[in-house]
Design a binder for this molecule. Structure first.
Ligand code: NAP
Ligand code: MG
Length: 400
């Protein structure tokens, strides 16, 4: 059998712990037998990040900008314990944060649905994709604990020295104050990434803020989105048969819960943080949630939404059997291969990505699944399998 050839390499970023173990199995059992896999490899495992003073993460981000498509394994974001565990030179920053900053991107999370895994909200039939703005607002705030009576004011001093001053509150006693910001450039990038993604997935896009209450801050988000849409996307949306619509955040929450899914829900930073956790848990398992970072100029980095599954890795190291679900990792690879195939006009590579996704889903609908899904399945699972057995079961179906 001749293997499927590629034209341009995919940027491959390896990672840590249990997902690093699964990474090799996914490639060896599911990809390499069928595809002449061409990747530009970056080892983002914590030891190598430490060895290179984290230069490898910066190089991987630059490669993603150059080649346009990347796939990433989960990586450890070191905390104080990890610094000791791996005897690190310093507490390196989150690789995802570094890559996101370099690509100026927005993160989109999309659940993988299987017919025998029932969402908690039974009307949900199609994926709800959450796009979260990853800059500013409450995540970059300034706060004051107000000790007692006094005046809270918002002051802006322009580069020319001119000031604008607004009274926030005359305090009669103790209280709290908070200052937040965003930038026009970041909001425009966020809008463009969302419109690009909706076109890519051919799904409607919903965006919501609280502009009736926040008449400058949230209103600006609404107006900039509309401006970007009118300037660059209206015709493309019409051609693709999809819609963009804006509404209030409370209205959109009600619509999402009552609806059947199948849209991109663009969220401001805080809304996206909270709502993506709600959507992920209502759909079932973290291991069924994919994630892609899209830059405003159209670079794509695919990964699983979950972490390195540390607890399973420690079991694996002790030689105990694990039942780790590799679905989101597989779909990160298929997402990257499909995108590479579309850009390079390689229909065979696109078709292979589809086949691998179907074989993976069929394994689950056949009743063969890992422990995390077995808890949620109706009818009950026929076979609860280990990490490697699950991949073998997919490989067998892919062969068929
Ligand atoms: P995690 O790896 O997402 O795992 C949390 C728990 O969720 C697991 O213990 C497991 O529950 C369940 N789970 C997650 N993925 C699963 C899978 N594929 N199959 C089956 N069960 C799965 O989060 P964490 O343990 O809090 O974090 C571990 C490391 O990951 C941290 O060092 C963190 O920095 C890193 N992290 C990286 C990323 C990323 O690179 N994108 C994202 C988040 C976290 P049970 O134990 O109950 O089975
Ligand atoms: Mg959250």
């Amino acid at each position: 059998m001749t293997k499927i050839a590629m034209k341009t390499p995919i940027v491959e970023m390896n990672g840590d712990e249990m997902t690093r173990v699964l990474w090799v199995w996914v490639k060896d059992k599911l990809l390499k037998p069928y595809v002449d896999l061409e990747t530009e490899y970056y080892d983002l495992g914590l030891e190598h990040r430490d060895d290179t003073d984290d230069k490898v993460t910066m190089d991987a981000a630059a490669a993603t900008k150059r080649l346009g498509v990347a796939v990433k394994c989960a990586t450890i974001t070191p905390n104080a314990e990890r610094v000791k565990e791996y005897t690190l030179k310093t507490q390196w920053k989150s690789p995802n944060g570094t890559i996101r900053a370099a690509l100026d991107g927005t993160v989109f999370r999309k659940p993988i649905l299987a017919s025998n895994i029932t969402p908690s909200i039974i009307s949900w039939k199609k994926p709800i994709i959450v796009g979260r703005h990853a800059y500013g607002d409450v995540y970059k705030n300034a706060e004051i604990a107000v000790p007692g009576p006094g005046k809270g004011e918002l002051v802006f001093t322009g580069a020319d020295g001119k000031q604008q001053r607004v009274l926030i509150q005359e305090f009669k006693g103790p209280g709290i104050l908070q200052g937040i910001h965003n930038t026009e450039q970041s909001i425009r990038s966020f809008a463009k990434s969302c419109f690009t993604y909706a076109l890519d997935e051919k799904v409607d896009m919903w965006f919501a803020t609280k502009d009736t209450i926040s008449k400058i801050y949230d209103q600006t988000f609404k107006l900039l989105f509309q401006d970007e849409f009118d300037k660059g996307y209206r015709d493309k949306f019409t051609a693709a048969g999809i819609q963009y619509f804006y509404t209030l955040i409370d209205d959109v929450v009600a619509r999402v819960v009552k609806g059947d899914g199948g849209m991109l829900w663009a969220c401001k930073n805080y809304d996206g943080d909270v709502m993506s956790d709600m959507v992920a848990s209502a759909f079932g398992s973290l291991a069924m949630m994919t994630s892609v970072l899209v830059s405003p100029d159209g670079c794509f980095e695919y990964e699983a939404a979950h972490g390195t599954v540390q607890k399973h890795y420690y079991k694996h190291l002790k030689g105990e059997k694990t039942s780790t679900n590799s679905m989101a990792l597989i779909f990160a690879w298929t997402g990257a291969m499909r995108k590479r195939g579309e850009i390079d006009t390689l229909p065979e590579l696109v078709a292979f990505a589809d086949r691998l996704e179907q074989a993976s889903l069929k394994t689950i609908t056949d009743g063969v699944m890992t422990g995390d899904l077995a808890r949620l399945a109706t009818p009950p699972a026929k076979q609860v399998v280990g990490s490697e057995e699950f991949l073998d079961a997919i490989a067998a179906r892919l062969k068929e």
